[in-house]
Write a protein that binds this ligand. Structure first.
Ligand code: F6R
Length: 616
């Protein structure tokens, strides 16, 4: 959560930082601020609200925006409500130092108390203002330069951070540090960029250094980047990576919202996921991360999947696929529960951690716990070079491209694609499915992008369904087997962007409680594809109908039975059962999207949410 940006070089820093903040707004958008140094003065502007509010404020107040060095922040509040004062950047008491921070300083209260005893005053409720004053205190008392002061201060704090600190007495440098939150340094010609991810500096440089946890760097104009370990002060040689991202990938490309663009990108994204891995002609799946660790994975007693949110739903789909095809027992855990419940993990366990961002704090902590108990940890991530990708023993990227809409869409379907490839590969190696079943799966998987495209053609029809149910106060989503996780995901999509209360349930679980909710006001979205317990789901639909619930069936093309019972049906192409989630998810994503647009909600930046949850 929170996005940080910095620039030091010869260009005007303001437009670079402002545009960078807009690109990082997916990380948090309840307040924003920028500090600029113009060679004489350190100027600061911040406000509650979005980056556009900050821009308007700066324009309206005719604030000066010149300066070749500066830092900026877009916030997702942790300590202190979103207001102007709590917004970042924060000055130190002397007004000489300024900081931006993504993360949480857990022991800020005790440090604050000590600093108050020493005469420091605080205007905000944030942990960040405490950190910058701690740095100032160390700098003064120990008579050290900014870099050393940051290092000494960080050795006193407990928590997570990506920070950038500027000292107006040392205007040729910015000091950055990272623990638990991401931080990239863009390396240009006589200029440097600092950001939570590489998107703010893509048009300026394709060279980036990703700091590792417990590293800090002094980014100095003429001397370059010097990286040190925060704990023991040892020097680290900077590893400069060549970025593969393009600017076009991070703009809306004619769509009204990133979410809609990303929904429509799914056919290509799924293709990109299996490209180079799936070879239907030769009947092969190649995945380096699996191939290189095959014995370890095949000999696993069980697979434990850890993830959060939508990624956890992808993990639930994986449970069905792995158990069904590869006959390996699977448990799927919320990372936040797993990390704190003293789980039994052995060296014979394989853990699969799923994360779009690769930065989710709970998933990262769960990985570390599993590793400490000797488990082999395999990552399924989208963001290349992310913390989770680096923390895991091996992994497979989803190659979905940047997902910027806060509601996850293409990440989900590409995660399922990767997990399906893994399950098929293991099933083949173990001999738990026949050659012909394996081959049939490969053929069907290759057809999925085309079928997703077909499912997307239902968009106009889905809009009319959305119009009918947009004013509902509650909704139910039902599915069985492989489509139970899709029901959960459909409900989550609706909740998070339209703020309509929605619940996902296994269809047969209805009669154990939720059926009491059904009346003529309750829309029930039922996934009733031909493959997968079809007759049983039809019976569940009958039960809802006889209690006057409104039924919207997600059905296989040409279905007649559900059509007769349902108020609306939305068709998806036919496929094998294990692949149906890749198709049934599509109309549910579009439905949520259209309902949210009709309700005039901020689809790409829903309230209270942020794209990557880097705090507990
Ligand atoms: C929902 C959504 C979240 C994320 C969750 C995990 O649309 O985006 O539920 O799925 O925060 O994030 P990652 O996958 O980045 O670990």
């Amino acid at each position: 959560m929170c996005g940080i940006v910095g620039y030091i070089g010869k260009k005007e820093a303001y437009p670079i930082i402002l545009e960078g903040l807009k690109r990082l707004e997916y990380r948090g958008y309840d307040s924003a601020g920028i500090a600029l140094y113009d060679g004489e003065n350190l100027k600061l502007s911040k406000t509650k609200g979005k980056v556009s509010d900050l821009e308007n404020k700066i324009t309206k107040d005719k604030q000066l925006t010149n300066g070749n060095v500066g830092i900026g922040h877009t916030r997702w509040a942790t300590h202190g409500v979103p207001n102007d004062v709590n917004s970042h950047p924060h000055y130190s008491n002397s007004g000489e130092l300024v900081i931006i921070h993504n993360g949480i300083i857990e022991n800020y209260a005790s440090i604050k108390k000590e600093l108050i005893n020493r005469g420091y005053t605080f205007s905000s409720d944030t942990d960040t203002e405490v950190l910058i004053n701690l740095i100032e205190d160390v700098k003064k008392n120990e008579n050290v330069k900014l870099g050393k002061a940051v290092q000494i201060a960080l050795n006193q704090v407990i928590g997570a951070y990506a920070i950038a600190v500027f000292d107006k007495n040392k205007p040729d440098e910015i000091v950055v540090a990272k623990l638990g939150s991401p931080l990239a340094i863009g390396v240009g010609e006589d200029e440097f960029f600092i950001a939570s991810d590489a998107t703010p500096f893509l048009e300026y440089t394709k060279k980036a250094i990703y700091l590792e946890d417990e590293e800090m760097a002094i980014v100095r104009l003429k001397k370059g980047v010097k990286i040190r370990k925060i704990k023991d002060d040892s020097l680290v040689a900077p590893y400069i990576q060549e970025l593969q991202l393009n600017l076009e990938q991070i703009v809306k490309g004619g769509y009204d919202h990133f979410m809609l663009k990303e929904i429509h990108e799914q056919p290509e994204a799924i293709k990109d996921t299996y490209r180079g891995r799936l070879n239907v002609k030769e009947g092969l799946i190649r995945m380096a991360g699996i191939d290189d660790n095959l014995e370890r994975i095949l000999n696993a007693n069980r697979i434990i999947v850890i993830a959060c949110g939508t990624s956890w739903h992808a993990g639930l789909v994986a449970e069905y696929i792995f158990e069904d095809l590869a006959r390996i027992p699977v448990e799927v855990e919320y990372a936040s529960e797993f990390r704190y419940r003293n789980p039994v993990i052995t060296e014979k366990d394989v853990v699969i951690a799923i994360s779009q961002s690769g930065e989710t704090a709970d998933t990262l902590a769960a990985i570390k716990l599993a590793k400490s108990k000797g488990a082999f940890v395999f990552g399924v991530c989208n963001v290349v070079g992310s913390s989770i990708a680096r923390e895991t023993h091996a992994g497979a990227y989803t190659h979905a491209g940047p997902e910027i809409g806060v509601a996850s869409t293409k990440a989900f379907t590409t995660q399922i694609t990767v997990l399906t490839l893994i399950a098929l590969k293991l099933a083949k190696e173990k001999g738990t499915i026949s050659k012909s079943v394996f081959q049939h799966h490969l053929q069907e998987l290759e057809l999925i992008p085309g079928k997703v495209e077909k499912a997307l053609l239902q968009d106009e029809h889905i809009k009319t369904v959305a119009e009918t149910y947009k004013d509902a106060k509650n909704c139910l989503y039902l599915g069985r087997g492989y489509n139970f996780p899709v029901a959960l995901e459909g409900a989550l999509k609706l909740k998070e962007i339209s703020y309509i209360h929605a619940e996902g349930y296994p269809a047969a679980e209805m009669k154990h409680g939720p059926i009491a909710l059904i009346d003529e006001q309750m829309p029930v979205f039922v996934i009733a594809t031909k493959k997968g317990h079809y007759e049983k789901v039809v019976s569940n639909i009958q039960e809802i109908k006889s209690r006057k619930g409104k039924i919207i069936g997600i059905v296989t093309e040409g279905d007649e039975d559900v059509k007769h019972l349902a108020d609306h049906v939305i068709e998806v192409p036919d496929t094998i059962e294990s692949l149906t989630p890749l198709l049934t998810t599509i109309p549910l994503q579009l439905l949520s999207y259209h309902i949210a647009v009709m309700l005039d909600k901020n689809v790409d930046q829903p309230r209270n949410l942020a794209k990557s949850v880097t705090v507990e």
